[in-house]
Structures are given as C-alpha cells and as structure tokens.
Design a protein around this ligand. Structure first.
Ligand code: SAM
Length: 275
C-alpha cells in the first residue's frame, strides 16, 4: 500500500474505534489540505529528518511523508500504534514511531544523530514546556514549525512593550527568529478546541547565547516578569537590583515589559559577571 492508498483519516479512526481524549490534548487535523500546507511551511528538504510530536491519527505525518521527510514520531497515547502501523507499511523506510513522552524524550536519540526539524500540532497542555525545552536544551533543532493556541503564538512573537511580551518572547527571540505563518480556526480541528490556533515557525539564530547566558536569562526573566508591575530594581532586588540595572546600561525606572531582548541579555551578562 502507498501513502495515496491510505483510507481517509475519519475512516481510519472509526475502523480502530478511536475517540479523542481530553487528557492528552487531542484535537485532530483531519483535512489533508491543512496538514499539507503546514508541511510546506515547514520548508524542509526531501530526505531530511523531521521529528513529529503527537502524530495521533497521522494526518500531519502523512503530509510530512508525502513531502519527502524521514519522520520519527513520538506519541504518548499507545492506542494510536495500530493505526499508525499503516504508515510504516506505506512508507517503510521513512517512518519510525516511538511510544513515549516528548517532555522527557532525548531528541538527539530520536534524530539518530542527524540534524532534524521539529514539526507538530502540539498538545495545548504541554506546548509551552516543550518549546522551552527545545529553545534552551542541549539538543538544537534545525527549525521548528509548531501549532499553538493563538494566545501562546502571540506571546512567542510579541514585541517589547506589547501586552503579550514576557518570558516566552524574550527566550524565544534571544534564540530564534520567530514568525506566525498560518492562522487556524478552532473549527478546523476534530473535536474543535475552545480557542483558535496559529502555526509559528522558529529558525534558530546562527549564534545562540551560551548555556550560562540562557540559564541567567531564565532566572532573570522569571524574577522580572513574576512581578511585572514593579520596577526592575525592585523585582530584581535579590539578584543585584540597582547595581545590575546600572551595569546593564538600563534606565533605573525600567519595568520588565519595557526592556527589549538585548537589554535582558545585557542583564544576564551583568549578573554572570557579578557572580
Ligand atoms: N498530530 C495530530 C493531528 O494533527 O491531528 C494530533 C495532534 S493533537 C493536538 C496532540 C497529540 O499529541 C495527540 O495525539 C496526543 O496524544 C499527543 N501527546 C500529548 N501529550 C504528549 C506528550 N507528552 N508526548 C508525546 N505526545 C503527546
């Protein structure tokens, strides 16, 4: 059987008696026009390795395989294994399924030592921790094309001073170039979630901040945005307060939401230098 001969996704779900489970954040994309568009936006080359988190019934997986990716998919819900076995049959050398939890997975092992892109319609409940892991962890993806709740997508790309600007924007923009590449209405999913979604494409910057700088950035942004209405000199008091702000060349009246990514990187450097 080839990919083109696979039954429609709705039929495959019915045949295997599979219903979406809320606990796993399951909202499926059953329209292959949408999954093909996401695969195109991911812009990988045929033959390259893609790690997909949460293939579920495999609509996005099919599109990735059609576009020539060699896909390693990690799925927490083992109920999908028999359905996804049909993809192994249709693309025998291009598809590997791992049953496991992406939050604790070793991406280097999933990628088998090759560079790899991540493409996923992420479960809403773990989307942000997964992104932080990929932005700051030891393994670095070639690119990430990820579906999030729209509100999370806005927090990733938020400009300084914007309402959605916070820790996620600082960490994402210190490590990647990030843009929203597609809006997806709630009705495109089965079952539909309560909110709309968006696909974000993240391309790692050629020079990622060192691990020490990233750790410092995480500590400082947690303190700064944990008390966002306070001035930085108060919210960062335990970490060096005014001395730190002066060393970073920032306005002593600054609040977290008015400090841009380069300002936070300077704070990280000042904090590291003072320790
Ligand atoms: N990719 C499918 C699609 O687009 O139709 C399903 C997307 S659904 C929003 C999220 C998928 O991630 C589900 O299949 C769910 O079981 C799986 N999942 C949830 N938590 C996970 C985790 N921690 N690790 C791996 N997969 C997970």
């Amino acid at each position: 059987m080839s990919l083109a001969d696979l039954p429609p996704l709705r039929e495959a779900l019915a045949e295997h008696g599979l219903l979406a489970r809320k606990a796993f954040g399951q909202h499926f994309l059953l329209d292959l026009n949408i999954t093909r568009k996401i695969a195109r936006l991911a812009a990988f080359e045929p033959g390259q390795r893609v790690i997909e988190v949460g293939p579920g019934p495999g609509g996005l997986t099919r599109a990735l395989l059609e576009a020539g990716a060699r896909v390693t998919a990690i799925e927490k819900d083992a109920r999908f294994a028999p359905l996804l076995a049909s993809l192994s049959a249709a693309a025998p050398d291009a598809f590997i399924l791992v049953i496991g939890d992406a939050l604790i997975a070793d991406e280097a092992a999933l990628a088998a030592g090759e560079p790899a892109h991540i493409v996923a319609n992420l479960p809403y409940n773990v989307g942000t921790p997964l992104l932080i892991k990929w932005l700051t962890g030891p393994w670095r993806p070639a690119s990430m094309t990820l579906m999030f709740q729209k509100e999370v997508a806005e927090r990733i790309i938020a400009p300084v001073d914007g309402q959605a600007y916070g820790r996620l924007a600082v960490i994402a923009q210190a490590t990647c170039e990030a843009q929203v590449v597609m809006d997806v209405p709630a009705r495109a999913f089965t079952p539909p979630p309560k909110v709309d979604s968006a696909v974000v494409r993240l391309t790692p910057l050629a020079e990622r901040p060192s691990d020490a700088r990233l750790d410092a950035l995480q500590t400082l942004t947690a303190a700064a945005f944990g008390q966002r209405r306070k001035m930085l000199r108060a919210s960062l008091k335990a970490l060096g307060g005014e001395t730190l702000i002066e060393a970073a060349g920032l306005d002593p009246q600054a609040r977290a939401e008015t400090v841009d990514v380069s300002g936070f990187l300077r704070l990280a450097d000042a904090w590291l230098a003072a320790r």
